[in-house]
Design a protein around this ligand. Sequence first.
Ligand code: SF4
Length: 513
Amino acid sequence: MSGRAHDAAERCYYSAVASFYVQNFGCRATQADGAALERQFEERGLDHAAEPSQAEIVVLNTCTVTASADQDARAAVRRVHRENPGAKIVVTGCYAQRAPEELAALPGVAQVVGNSHKHQLVELVLPEAFAPGLQRDPLSRGNSFVALDTLLKSKRPTASDQRPIFVSDIFAHTELLAAPVFDAANQRTRPNLKVQDGCDNRCSFCVIPFVRGQSRSLPLGRILGEVETLVRAGFREVVISGINLGRWGRDLETSYQPSAVSSQFDQPPRFETLVRAILERTSLEKLRISSVEPMDWSDELIEMVAGSPRIAKHAHVPMQSGSDAVLRRMHRKYRPWHYREKIEKIRTAMPDGAIGADVMVGFPGETDSEFEETRRMIEELPFTYLHVFTYSARPGTPAAAMAKQVAVKVARDRNRVLRELAAVKKQRFMESFVGRRVQAITLSHDNSQEDFTEALTDHYLSLQLPDRMEPNRWVSAHVTHTQDGKLCGDVAEALPRAASSMPSLTSELAFAP
Ligand code: SF4
């Protein structure tokens, strides 16, 4: 059978048998995995059901970053089983990797597939894919194929053999699932592209390295290809993300890069190389960089973000704590003065840029005075928004076994104090734009009755504009006032699509890995 006829037969076979629904929980990386799974099911010709209750296969792509994330996942399994008892429920993601037996024991669960086998989930769910004539691995590229018998060796027996578990050593795992994510809120405007997965750090509170494995990067050629495909599809802003995005490239071989840029490398590429390549070798109008750890904000990266009109003026720099003692107990690799210096450099380079941070309160042993160091540092630094988290013990992490766990009420109070401080800072930042012009991209409408348009500024602020406008348009707007955590303004002019002088990448990408 020719490859094309074979693909057609395969699509036809599956479209006759099943519809699927993938429900994602948790962070951007999990959503990106979910988008890749959807793409793989669709490539097999399966129908995308509108809701879990209408699907024959329901994949629950879980998170395990807090105890409440685990609870949400278990509740979702029960709900899907209750509303759709005939569905084949497959649980995957970080919780599946961390505690597969716990999930396999829930009613209705047909299979548990850890992150170690997530790239093979579609074959595991549709074993007919291994029938004679279909014995191939369309999900894997190059030499990443894992033979089925290898896979089955990692199947661990469970209470019921009807509920197999596919989980193995996550640190031996080198696959990276990638597909752009289109948020409901930002649909058709700002796709998110995961370019890195896993983490080689060992922060004492974090379970991510144990459920996502070692740091690995999407090769440069594939990223440029994905970005250019998104541009050709009409997208004007793309967000690049990862679990530890600033480590992108450290695991790649120089020789794996497209020849057009490999001459720049005599060492594995760095994140700065990726940013520069996207600017130089794609016609993307606006690149937004998601979270990058403080020590990866090099002078070169700061200079690029500040200097290029094609990069959003936005730096998200996880902080976690302003106390040296707490940072040490967290096994974070920087000290408060390193962090302060980075933020000050970023502010000097980008006087109007958005600067955000993740902060954790209630880490084991956090005293009042250690919390006060964090609060004071936040007060003094020019943050424009914060994501404040309350520490939640994750089984198996060093922090979970530490003495002096902080009382829930104390942690909640600290969380509130920081949120209030963040709100004041955000308001001050927003007011600095009143009376000025800003550039923003219009977002999709949630509600067909709305007679206004939501947009997002370069500086990561929501902007409300009068009248309905098409999504995905760059506008220059005049900010008149602030209201309910948003800027409000009038459109001064619609900005034309930037003319592209970039060459087509098609021929170069043909030999990219
Ligand atoms: S840097 Fe630390 S907190 Fe972030 S994913 Fe890695 S181990 Fe977890």
